[in-house]
Design a protein around this ligand. Structure first.
Ligand code: HEM
Length: 346
């Protein structure tokens, strides 16, 4: 997409994804997480990726499309095959054009909703937004944007969450400090851990840009017009941090990441639009998992990076062994969590 057209369309999409709006989505993320993890088995090893995929798909369908009831169930069935195809072929332009049979009806139904102004899903906000010249987004632009959001926003986040589980099981000290923090109602260490998971195991390999100027100086090189420059995200993280292979959330406990050296969401004018959303989602999902389950550490080898179309996933799908934590009511009526101290190495 050309720069001007990209800027025009991106401007409409920024407000629904602004950091300040994220609080509104926290409850639905927690609800979807609790629904999904209710099925997790006690004491038996399983891969978390299918689970995190279902959570993030349901979340995006509800948050972006505002889908509910029968419409939600129908979308939930039709979307995974579409998205699976999309993740393999996401760079083929035709896939970005067509949302399938449901799109005109779905969009028109939302547009006709008398309570449109009260709705807070992304689709409603997009339907109400206007370009600088006062015109609304066309139905085909909307469908295009929605499909991109769905394809870009669900598998990436699910995969990053699977890596968080993979990393935490191999770093019991980090894990136990995190559980203490979550039990005490804190969030700083969890945020630092998420930043470190994304540094240590970024799920997207690169961000590419085409040179539009006649030439572009880049260090000792001059890149000609029309060439594509790709920033290698894992390599950037390797080069920009001391002892880069060490998983150490303390790198980020006192400061936010520098957005030139920490680039899991890309950078500049095309930086991931859903970064704040993904960050909120990962915080809520992990917090909920750690509150409800004891995650058993492991001494088994790191899972390898395995390409799944767009995202690099842990080769075993983020294998986990968990035990439900026991919630009891304390004398003050508040729920207390019993921590189970025996730690089996799985
Ligand atoms: C951990 C999860 C995620 C990761 C690692 C991720 C990563 C990325 C990366 C690397 C890019 C390319 C940036 C560039 O070229 O500089 C991107 C673009 C994008 N992402 Fe994400 N993403 C995630 C979640 C999401 C979510 C949840 C959404 C939406 C709800 C989303 C929507 C988008 C969109 C719309 C773009 C295109 C932005 C543009 O071209 O202006 N992403 N993402």
């Amino acid at each position: 997409m050309q720069d001007e057209e990209h800027r025009r369309r991106r401007k409409l999409l920024v407000p629904p994804f602004h950091g300040k709006r994220m609080r509104a989505y926290e409850n639905l993320v927690e609800e979807e997480t609790l629904n999904e993890i209710a099925t997790w088995p006690d004491g038996r090893e399983f891969a978390v990726l299918p689970s995190t995929n279902r959570i993030t798909l349901n979340v995006i369908l509800r948050a972006v499309f505002g889908a509910q009831g029968a419409e939600f169930e129908a979308l939930r069935k039709v979307m995974p095959p579409l998205v699976a195809l999309g993740s393999q072929l996401v760079f083929l332009p035709w896939l970005h054009r067509d949302l399938g049979r449901w799109s005109p009806g779905g969009l028109d139904r939302v547009a006709a909703d008398a309570n449109l102004e009260q709705r807070d899903d992304v689709l409603s906000l997009m339907l109400q937004s206007r370009y600088e010249d006062g015109t609304a987004m066309s139905r085909s632009d909307l469908a295009d944007e929605l499909f991109t959001l769905l394809a870009a926003g669900h598998e990436t986040t699910a995969t990053q969450l699977a890596w968080a589980v993979e990393r935490l099981r191999r770093h019991p000290g980090v894990l136990s400090r995190l559980v203490d923090e979550v039990d005490a109602g804190g969030s700083d260490r969890l945020q630092a851990t998420i930043h470190e998971v994304q540094r240590n195991r970024p799920v997207i390999e690169g961000a590419a840009r085409q040179v539009v100027a006649p030439t572009m100086p880049l260090g000792q090189w001059v890149i000609p017009h029309g060439y594509t420059v790709q920033v290698d995200i894992p390599l950037t993280h390797q080069n920009a941090y001391p002892d880069p292979d060490r998983f150490d959330p303390d790198r980020f406990t006192d400061s936010s990441p520098d957005l030139y050296s920490w680039v899991p969401f890309g950078g500049g004018t095309r930086r991931c639009l859903g970064a704040a959303f993904a960050n909120m989602e990962m915080n809520v999902v992990l917090r909920t998992i750690l509150r409800e389950f004891r995650l058993v550490p492991t001494s088994s080898r790191d899972e390898r990076m395995h390409s799944r179309g767009v995202a690099f996933a842990p080769s075993g799908g983020g294998r986990a062994v968990v035990y439900r934590r026991i919630h009891t009511a304390g004398s003050d009526g508040k729920v207390q969590l019993q921590s189970v101290t025996t730690v089996a190495l799985g």
